[in-house]
Design a protein around this ligand. Structure first.
Ligand code: GFB
Length: 314
């Protein structure tokens, strides 16, 4: 187990993953959870990152920061996704090595695996085939980060581990319709339609792609579990082991948010990867399983969205 009295740095603490991680660490009794805003330290700037690590000397790092987005943002802003993520990973890993961080967890994404690999996706399928074009830039940056963890382990003996989460959702998600992932986008679209009384809600693509969704609180719990119990070089998948079609997800959200709505599909928008279901047998073998079922998770994400709207209106 990692030491609860030592300082742990969570990068990206204002994002969905970082904020869930901070909540989980505080619940687990960590006494010093360190965070830094973008104004305090630009993680793309090695000199700024070095100065921050020298000043704060974290014992552990959970590296959740990144420039992220859904299928449209990835497809239309590839230079930004590649540059930001390459830099953010390079600077933090380098500073962590230089200041002798005892353990670092790097978070990737299931989109690093080849587009058409066998399902469910095992960790060893990495780099066995071409990537999905809509998120190739992001995936290449994420693969570089994962390989950097391996390289620092091999050359410098650093205890840097990496985990590959499936598609995530939960509090502090991005609900902007052009840059968000499918879950927040559909929650917002059904909510807005219910308010205006619009009869239809448009879902991008054909509705046939399949995705696996995990609540971010489950991810944060898995990350702490891996910090406590996992020290291997090989990356490890983090997911729930079940997927749904986008059409089924749209129906689930409709039932919770606006049951009267009719779902229409806009096939001019991209489907992206046909299926992304992680094989989580290694994680299950270590003794960790997710707890939050999809329907309950979606209902709580919708509650969170409504409470945020209520706060914004005051
Ligand atoms: O969540 P999403 O944007 O990302 O889209 P990916 C998943 C599926 O939902 C795609 C469909 O087939 C979309 O076409 N979809 C339907 C929608 N309606 C909507 C909508 O209103 N908004 C959005 N965004 N999608 C991302 C990658 O891929 O997943 C990233 O681009 C990253 O690199 C992330 O890996 C986890 O699952 O396709």
């Amino acid at each position: 187990m990692i030491n609860r009295s030592q300082p742990v740095f969570v990068t990206g603490h204002r994002g969905m993953v970082g904020s869930a991680m901070v909540r989980r660490l505080k619940d687990a009794g960590f006494e010093q959870v360190l965070t830094a805003t973008r104004q305090e330290v630009d993680l793309r700037d090695q000199a700024a990152v070095d100065a921050w690590f020298d000043a704060h000397r974290p014992a552990y790092v959970i590296h959740a920061a990144g420039t992220v987005g859904g299928i449209h943002a990835n497809a239309t802003r590839p230079a930004e996704f590649l540059y930001d993520n390459l830099m953010i990973h390079a600077t933090v890993l380098h500073a962590a090595w230089r200041t002798r961080v005892a353990k670092l967890l790097y978070l990737g994404s299931s989109c690093i695996y080849p587009r058409d690999c066998p399902q469910p996706i095992r960790e060893e399928y990495l780099l066995t085939g071409p990537l999905e074009k809509t998120n190739e830039a992001y995936a290449i940056a994420k693969i570089a980060g994962l390989k950097s963890c391996e390289a620092y382990r091999r050359q410098h003996g650093c205890n840097f581990i990496s985990a590959m989460p499936t598609n995530l959702y939960g509090p502090n998600d991005n609900f902007d319709l052009t840059s968000s992932h499918v879950m927040p986008a559909l929650i917002r679209k059904f909510h807005d339609a219910a308010l205006s009384g619009a009869p239809q809600v448009t879902v991008w693509g054909t509705g046939r792609p399949r995705r696996e969704f995990m609540h971010v609180d489950d991810l944060a719990d898995a990350c702490l579990f891996l910090m406590d119990h996992y020290d291997e070089e090989r990356t490890i998948n983090v997911g729930v082991g079940e997927d749904v079609s986008i059409g089924e997800l749209a129906e689930l959200i409709r039932d919770i948010v606006y049951p009267q709505a009719e779902i229409v599909f806009d096939a001019s928008m991209p489907d992206g990867t046909p299926r992304k279901l992680l094989d989580v047998s290694r994680l299950h073998g270590l003794g960790w399983r997710h707890r939050i079922p999809l329907r309950a998770g979606v209902a709580s994400a919708y509650q969170w969205y409504c409470s945020r709207l209520a706060v914004a209106a005051t």
